[in-house]
Design a protein around this ligand. Structure first.
Ligand SMILES: *Cc1c(COP(=O)(O)O)cnc(C)c1O
Length: 235
């Protein structure tokens, strides 16, 4: 049996230690519980243990869970890649989007964000290995895209996200490069406060580099019961 409360306690200790070790302000790193592949009951258990931020990658999986957990004060993050024809559901049902990487999608979300909700918090996903075809805007194209997204009234640009390949051997590390890109945008007049980087296997390195939001799945919930990949039917 996996105890989510015990896993969360251990993770909280490790986050605290990493903050201290790397000179980060205590409490400056937030754990985002990545619950793709996990049933709603596991999210409820995580909430009971103190989790408030939940990340989902597939809309068809996330929406029923949200309905089932509507009584909880959870903040919902969409972290998967987003097709334009699914943007309205994200605009209506989520508090954050981590994978914004193109202006057209941003404009759709801006038009679709319901008036009664606060602006949608968005992160621009940056891809450092364009040749692999992985999602994310190239670093060179980031300043222009950030400038355009910052103008959209129903979106609130909060920062940057990256999802490096597991064995990516480039130097400096993508976490360090993402932090540098955020600094440069802030130096150019943006007010960005969020760096979404680091997962179960590398979150301490991400905290060292300046992460404020770490996306933790298996270290909290245990192994996912179903292997979800981009090839599944979920979208
Ligand atoms: C699944 C996923 C995670 C969590 O991965 P773990 O290794 O289980 O912590 C984080 N970010 C994204 C974008 C994911 O798809």
């Amino acid at each position: 049996m996996i105890s989510i409360a015990e896993n969360l306690a251990a993770l909280t200790r490790r986050i605290h230690d990493a903050e201290q070790h790397h000179g980060r302000r205590p409490g400056s790193v937030t754990l985002l519980a990545v619950s793709k592949g996990q049933p709603a009951a596991q999210i409820r258990a995580a909430h009971q243990a103190g989790v408030r931020h939940v990340g989902e990658s597939y809309l068809q999986e996330a929406l029923p869970k949200q309905a089932e957990l509507a009584d909880l004060d959870l903040c919902w993050h969409f972290i998967g890649s987003l097709q334009a024809n699914k943007s309205r559901a994200v605009a209506s049902h989520f508090d954050w989007l981590h994978s914004l990487d193109r202006l057209q999608l941003a404009q759709r979300l801006d038009a679709q964000r319901p008036a009664e909700l606060p602006p949608l918090n968005v992160l621009i996903q940056v891809g450092f290995e364009q040749r692999t075809g992985r999602a994310g805007v190239a670093p060179d194209d980031l300043p222009r895209l950030a400038g355009q997204i910052a103008q959209l009234p129903r979106l609130r640009l909060r920062g940057l996200m990256t999802l490096p390949l597991p064995q990516q051997a480039c130097s400096p590390h993508p976490f360090v490069r993402l932090a540098d890109l955020l600094d440069r945008l802030n130096g150019a007049g943006h007010r960005l406060d969020t760096l979404s980087m680091g997962m179960s296997d590398d979150f301490e390195a991400a905290i060292a580099a300046g992460a404020t939001l770490i996306r933790i799945g298996s270290a909290l919930f245990g192994q996912r019961p179903t292997p979800f990949t981009a090839q599944t039917q979920y979208g």
